[in-house]
Design a protein around this ligand. Structure first.
Ligand SMILES: Nc1ncnc2c1ncn2[C@@H]1O[C@H](COP(=O)(O)OP(=O)(O)OP(=O)(O)O)[C@@H](O)[C@H]1O
Ligand SMILES: [Mg+2]
Length: 320
């Protein structure tokens, strides 16, 4: 049995298909990234898995439980940070941890958890005075109180500065090293790529690609290609003197490589032409390239994805 098994899961709000027949599994000890633009259905999916929303159709098994039928049992075994996590303003991280420990009826050392989430220095500061990154760390701390093996982190780094994001990454890596299974939603491609063993890209309630970053790039991206900075005339020459497919755009000649040796043939032809050519490089699509092609949203200059049209709602306002 895998910690998470999802099959043909569906959830609609009126006519809107928020989750439209998705299937995936998460392996033990894995960090699984759910990536997608605003309104893709990430939160709906994980809240169904947490037993907080009721599915319409399909099956979901989390740690062997039906999350809706067995919510009580499940909640004792999972850790959750909801999107837009917040807490009592006048409580400190240490007090919050103790409060959760009472709720779960467990005996734990708050300092150990504070250390695990790199929050020792702010243990006695009021929640309202914590920075965004420290608040998220407190969310992580609370999610660890019941020693869960499975964690759901819904956008743990949205809105944080680059250093604060990296600090959260460090905590997540530490949790992974301890063998925890983690489902993480994010808008950040680099974050998904850095932290996740596998990624599912969601759009309009569907999974449009799934696998390791390399697998997704392999399947949905274009393969390796040689790029030569040169003239259109040179592109014509290489085309005429080899069997290769040769494209030209804005001073760059681009040649898809079926095999590595194709690069040699292209360069030999370029040399033979006696024409000038500049820099050469080989390149393949990044996860960003593939993402932009697969998803209807657009990405801003920070690499954050913002969806469009009817799917924009409160979460967009929140990020402004
Ligand atoms: N309780 C609700 N009632 C009606 N529509 C909802 C409800 N919750 C979510 N939706 C809609 O369902 C769709 C999926 O929302 P969801 O919050 O799951 O997306 P998301 O991928 O988590 O987006 P974000 O990145 O903005 O957090 C959106 O179009 C949203 O407006
Ligand atoms: Mg969400």
């Amino acid at each position: 049995m895998k910690p998470v098994e999802v099959n043909s899961l569906r959830k609609s709000y009126g006519n809107l298909k928020a989750v439209d027949g998705i299937s995936f599994t998460v392996n033990e000890g894995e960090v699984f990234g759910l990536l997608g633009p605003n309104g893709a259905g990430k939160t709906t999916t994980i809240e169904i898995l947490e037993g907080l929303r009721k599915k319409d159709e399909g099956t979901a098994k989390v740690l062997g439980f039906d999350p809706w039928q067995k919510g009580y049992e499940l909640h004792r075994k999972i850790g959750v940070i909801p999107q837009d996590f917040t807490f009592f303003e006048k409580q400190t991280p240490r007090e919050g941890i103790k409060y959760y420990a009472d709720l779960f009826n467990v005996k734990i050392d708050p300092d150990e958890i504070l250390k695990e989430v790199l929050l020792e220095d702010s243990a006695k500061n009021l929640f309202e005075n914590l920075s965004g990154g420290q608040k998220q760390k407190m969310g992580l701390a609370l999610s660890l109180v019941n020693s869960p093996d499975l964690l759901f982190l819904d956008e743990p780094t949205t809105g944080l500065d680059p250093n604060a994001r990296r600090a959260i990454w460090e905590v997540i890596r530490g949790l992974k090293a301890k063998g925890k299974t983690i489902i993480l939603t994010t808008h950040y491609l680099d974050e998904a790529q850095q932290l996740s063993d596998r990624v599912a890209i969601m759009d309009h309630g569907r999974i449009v690609a799934m696998g390791t970053s390399d697998e997704i790039i392999e399947k949905h991206g274009s393969g390796e290609r040689l790029q030569i900075h040169g003239s259109e005339k040179l592109a014509d020459y290489i085309r005429a003197n080899t069997e290769l497919k040769v494209e030209y755009s804005n001073g760059v000649i681009s040649i898809p490589l079926k095999q590595k040796i194709d690069a040699l043939a292209a360069l030999a032809a370029a040399e033979q032409s006696k024409m000038d050519w500049g820099e050469i490089q080989t390149r393949r699509d990044s996860l960003d390239d593939v993402f932009v092609r697969l998803v209807s949203g657009t990405m801003d200059e920070h690499g954050e994805i913002t969806g469009k049209s009817v799917h924009d709602k409160s979460s967009n306002q929140r990020r402004q």
